[in-house]
Design a protein around this ligand. Structure first.
Ligand code: NAP
Length: 297
């Protein structure tokens, strides 16, 4: 029997409705809605599309958007001064620096400039450390979205063999941490992994985040496994197509549950970013996790 295909668009739309409700409750309590500031440096067209999508999504759920755009040649002190200003602005609950930034700017160092309580991308050393230590904090949006998809799929994680292909700070590492917190037995694979196919065949939950179209073949997958495809590969076909890291047609004949590309993980990322913005607003008011503020937390 072919795998059940998870509808990420429908699930993300439910998450957005939940967030809209949380925004209404927050605004009723505090007389102002949470706010998200996006900072875009340079004129990369893909980044501009992502930022516009985030701003539009904010407006749809009632989050105030602050859209900052700087030229590719902006001096670093000017950019860090803006991040400082946003860190100190009480109307701004979350700050997002769109990556990548143009060279010679250093995206990792600049991300570290964002106040941990406003780090809605969950990419600062403080947020990554809190996740690794199992403490309260803001989690990266895409891995959070995958956890929600796994929940919706009814996939049992406790004791399950989970294999994540990809070890980036943006996705692979935080994904592995979240799975570990859910009591899965986690293996992280990368470009130097020996016999990747054999490792993948062990997985009850297989998550691919590589950036290589159709890397995961049908015979890499354990029958009945849950397969989550994070990859986004733009193929130069006419018209251009977006495809994942998983050979969807072959793998759906073997897997129990599978996400499509597009329409799987992608829509969950913005939905979880919106959720993080409301959570950040509450954290700054000490409502969600007072322990986050304390030195000993
Ligand atoms: P990345 O930083 O380029 O990391 C890719 C990872 O894949 C690296 O760890 C690399 O290993 C590993 N890798 C490369 N070739 C491999 C191979 N042949 N076999 C096994 N592992 C291999 O990318 P990323 O930012 O994590 O993103 C990965 C993919 O997910 C991209 O397609 C990206 O567009 C997509 N993505 C989608 C969303 C979304 O919202 N849907 C969000 C984030 C990312 P090494 O570390 O050894 O180099």
């Amino acid at each position: 029997m072919p795998a059940r295909v998870l509808d990420g668009k429908a699930i993300a739309s439910r998450v957005r409705e939940e967030v809209a409700e949380e925004v209404r409750a927050y605004a009723a309590q505090h007389d102002e809605a949470p706010g998200l500031a996006t900072v875009l440096v340079g004129d990369d067209p893909a980044s501009a599309v992502y930022v516009a999508g985030k701003q539009r999504a904010c407006a749809e759920v009632g989050i105030r958007g602050y859209d900052h755009r700087l030229g590719a040649d902006v001096p670093e002190p000017e950019l860090t001064a803006l991040l400082d200003e946003l860190n100190g602005d009480p109307r701004v609950s979350g700050v997002l620096l769109q990556l990548p930034v143009p060279p010679p700017l250093d995206g990792t160092a600049l991300t570290g400039w964002i106040a941990p309580l406003k780090d809605v991308d969950g990419l600062t050393a403080e947020s990554a450390g809190r996740l690794a230590l199992g403490r309260e904090g803001l989690r990266p949006a895409t891995p959070s979205g995958v956890m929600r998809l796994l929940g919706e799929a009814g996939t049992e994680l406790a004791g399950a063999e989970a294999v994540v292909i990809g070890r980036s700070n943006l996705f692979g590492k935080p994904m592995a941490q979240l799975l570990l917190r859910a009591d899965a037995t986690v293996t992280i694979c990368h470009s130097r992994t020996r016999d990747l196919a054999e490792v993948c065949r062990r997985a009850d939950v297989l998550i691919a985040a590589v950036g290589r179209a159709n890397l995961v073949c049908g015979d890499w997958v354990k029958p009945g496994a849950t397969v989550i495809d994070v990859g986004m590969n733009r193929l130069a076909t006419d018209p251009p197509t977006l495809t994942g890291d998983v050979d969807f047609e072959a793998v759906r004949e073997v897997a129990g549950v599978i996400t499509p590309v597009p329409g799987g993980v992608g829509p969950m990322t913005i939905a979880c970013l919106l959720r993080n913005t409301v959570r950040a607003a509450r954290l700054q008011r000490d409502e969600a996790a007072p322990a986050l503020r304390g030195r000993a937390a």
